[in-house]
Ligand binder design. Structure first.
Ligand SMILES: Nc1ncnc2c1ncn2[C@@H]1O[C@H](COP(=O)(O)OP(=O)(O)OP(=O)(O)O)[C@@H](O)[C@H]1O
Length: 299
């Protein structure tokens, strides 16, 4: 079931067209990424989805066409700069947000869930960046939404806090919440997202799974190793998975597609050769982004 349908969305700020004919759909239960560099129009797009901005043209349909209060009850939003007053205590923020909903989640349980039970009475200003982000996720979930939009959730976090937040997002999805994740981190997109819309200068340049995006631009893999004994290149070049074999000193590089590693190691084993220092490389989402947009994303 499609929970979000965006069609031909356009949004202009004065003379700048920042969302230019954007279309994508989000399926129930997936983590859908909106990936692009700073200023690409990601936030404006999700703000239109959340009903916080009015598109100039195009349509946005959430959960079959909800709007107003019904939309707000089903859609949790965590926006990039949603800072709280420094003195508000964690429990007060949750209690306040819970009061906006007719049937809010049990915020005590939510606090446990995001790992902040011990910070119940701490003022917002005394939380670490990671803890503030966790609180903002809890606040986005307090209305028991079916869809959560999370914008640049892990920007500014250290690697451990980022990983903890990723785990939390996976748990949220496991609870059945559809997640729209705005990010400019490739690793985050690759690790978390089932599918991604790549946005550049207000336009969608591709929508696919991370591996689909990578294989759109380069399906080739490279296997490198040092053979334990001499062998004829034909042992490998005859394999259907292999496109090329090259030698550089004592090292061999094999390029190809499909299950290249298995094909190469099996053929070597049959020839009595042990591949030492074995490495496999393939294109990354960074490579795909570069190929799709002609630029590197700035993280
Ligand atoms: N309220 C506004 N008024 C005028 N211009 C705006 C406004 N909000 C955003 N912009 C401009 O629109 C463009 C797209 O911004 P947007 O925040 O949607 O991009 P983004 O991809 O989310 O980038 P970032 O990750 O930096 O937030 C930027 O050039 C930004 O400066």
């Amino acid at each position: 079931m499609k929970v979000i349908e965006v069609s031909n969305l356009r949004k202009r700020y004065r003379d700048q067209l920042v969302v230019d004919d954007v279309s994508f759909t989000v399926e129930e239960g997936e983590i859908f990424g909106v990936l692009g560099p700073n200023g690409a129009g990601k936030t404006t797009t999700v703000e239109c989805v959340a009903g916080l901005r009015t598109p100039d043209s195009g349509t946005v349909k959430v959960l079959g066409g909800l709007s107003g209060i019904q939309l707000k009850e089903q859609l949790g939003v965590q926006l990039q700069s949603s800072a709280m007053p420094a003195k508000i205590k964690v429990w007060e923020a949750l209690d306040l947000y819970a009061s906006f909903y007719r049937a809010p989640a049990d915020w005590g349980a939510l606090l446990e869930r995001v790992g902040l039970a011990g910070k119940r009475d701490a003022p917002y200003g005394k939380l670490s960046g990671g803890q503030q982000q966790r609180l903002s996720i809890a606040l986005a979930l307090i209305g028991n939404p079916r869809v959560a939009i999370l914008d640049e959730l892990t920007t500014g976090l250290d690697p451990q806090a980022r990983r903890d937040t990723w785990e939390l997002i996976e748990q949220v999805r496991a609870d059945g919440v559809t997640v729209v994740l705005v990010t400019h981190f490739m690793e985050e997109a690759e690790r978390l997202c089932d599918r991604l819309a790549v946005i550049d200068s207000g336009r969608v340049v591709a929508v696919d799974s991370p591996s689909g995006l990578i294989s759109q631009v380069d399906r080739r893999q490279r296997v490198r190793f040092r053979p334990s004994a001499a062998f004829d290149d034909a042992v490998l070049s005859a394999l259907p998975e292999v496109e090329g074999v090259s030698r550089d000193g004592g090292r061999i590089e094999v390029t190809g597609t499909g299950n290249l590693l298995l094909a190469v190691t099996t053929a070597l084993a049959e020839a009595g050769v042990v591949p030492g220092d074995l490495r496999v490389e393939q294109a990354t989402l960074d490579d795909a982004f570069l190929a799709l947009t002609g630029k590197k994303i700035s993280a």
